[in-house]
Design a protein around this ligand. Structure first.
Ligand code: MRU
Length: 358
């Protein structure tokens, strides 16, 4: 399976080349494949904020490279480069609030910096750390894909109709994808009849990105309005909802793209299994429950306008872009450390004590 998965890896969103960060601009997909180059932490932070790069693991990886760019710039400028670097850490941390992978990656870079020895080449050490974060996310995707497929096979061995939300594929990660990685692997294993992709209002990650990734690989996919999901569960024989996560708290609550919570409620009502796929870098054991997760609110224009054209008059819009699915609506959390069934504090604690499976 691993070899098959690697052979199917076609799209990527992040590249580190010759000391520069290149990001595939996700704002203009699927109609344009535009790569943008970045040379400073402030530029990377602005790319994260404006959604050039998005998806929890992908923003963590980009921020790690942002730290390398910052270190190079600050050392070249001379003076107290460590203080200047620390202010760039803050600029990167302020880019988006919900996905904990961002803070996890920055903490890893900060820890590595703290362990530098006097003889170390600072830039080489930081670059190796960022590349390591990127590569280990890719590896985690492969492990999770296998674990997710094993679950699908175990619970329903024949052809499945799957429903997913947002974009959790190669564009959102360092490799193959989390939820979309499981879906890809299930397709390669002959388990998928059709994937239903929620369009994911208002930013349209489903229409613009997920449908594009799946269609590119010839995986049968139909796009649906978010509000069609319950109807599809009732009428189209959907057996699994498979989604990613931006932050999972110690009790197993899951923050993910707005609309995930209502999918979980509907899945429970219709007897559809609900799987969350996320690397352990998405798990925040410092937060007790989902109530503590900061939920990003984006500009109302994302709702008030469609393709730059105003579609609502004389109103304000409220635009929370994530919601929290309570642990008791979740059947499985799949990570690279293993699978948690019906998550709770004890099971999450046990999971986090384990080593990675690969
Ligand atoms: O606002 P976005 O596009 O960054 O939100 C992304 C999601 O909610 C994804 O489902 C999540 O990050 C998991 S990506 C592997």
């Amino acid at each position: 399976m691993r070899e098959q998965l690697l052979a199917a890896e076609k799209v990527k969103a992040i590249e580190w080349r010759d000391g520069r960060l290149y990001l595939l601009d996700q704002r203009v997909l699927p109609f344009e494949e535009l790569w943008l180059a970045y040379e400073s932490a402030a530029e990377v932070a602005s790319a994260i904020k404006s959604m050039v790069v998005r998806g929890a693991p992908a923003i963590g990886i980009s921020a790690a490279y942002g730290v390398v760019l910052s270190a190079r710039q600050r050392i070249q400028e001379g003076g107290d480069w460590r203080a200047a670097l620390e202010s760039d850490f803050q600029v990167l941390a302020d880019s988006r609030p919900t996905a904990v992978n961002l803070f996890w990656a920055l903490n890893r870079m900060r820890d590595r910096l703290a362990r530098l020895k006097p003889q170390d080449d600072v830039l080489a050490v930081l670059e190796t750390e960022a590349l390591g974060i990127h590569e280990s996310d890719r590896e985690a995707n492969l492990t999770m894909a296998q674990l997710g497929v094993d679950l699908i096979r175990k619970h329903q061995g024949n052809l499945q109709n799957l429903l997913t939300h947002c974009n959790t594929g190669a564009l959102a990660t360092g490799g193959f994808g989390t939820a979309l990685g499981v879906i890809r692997a299930a397709y390669l294993d002959g388990l998928v009849e059709r994937v239903y992709a929620d369009e994911t209002r208002p930013w349209l990650q489903g229409s613009r990105l997920t449908a594009w990734e799946l269609a590119n690989e010839g995986i049968p996919v139909s796009l649906n309005a978010d509000s069609a999901a319950a109807h599809l569960m009732k009428t189209r024989g959907i057996t699994w909802v498979i989604v990613g996560a931006d932050r999972i708290t110690a009790n197993g609550d899951v923050a993910n793209k707005i609309g995930t919570y209502q999918l979980a409620v509907n899945a429970m009502h219709h007897g559809v299994r609900f799987m969350v796929v996320a690397p352990s870098s998405t798990i925040d054991m410092d937060l007790e429950s989902g109530e503590d997760i900061p939920i990003e609110e984006r500009d109302g224009s994302e709702l008030l306008e469609v393709a730059g054209k105003r579609v609502a008059a004389g109103v304000d819009a409220v635009n929370p872009v994530f919601d929290v699915t309570p642990a008791d609506l979740i059947d499985f959390i799949v990570t690279e450390k293993g699978v948690v069934e019906r998550p709770d504090l004890a099971k999450m604690t046990q999971l986090m004590c384990r080593k990675r499976l690969h």
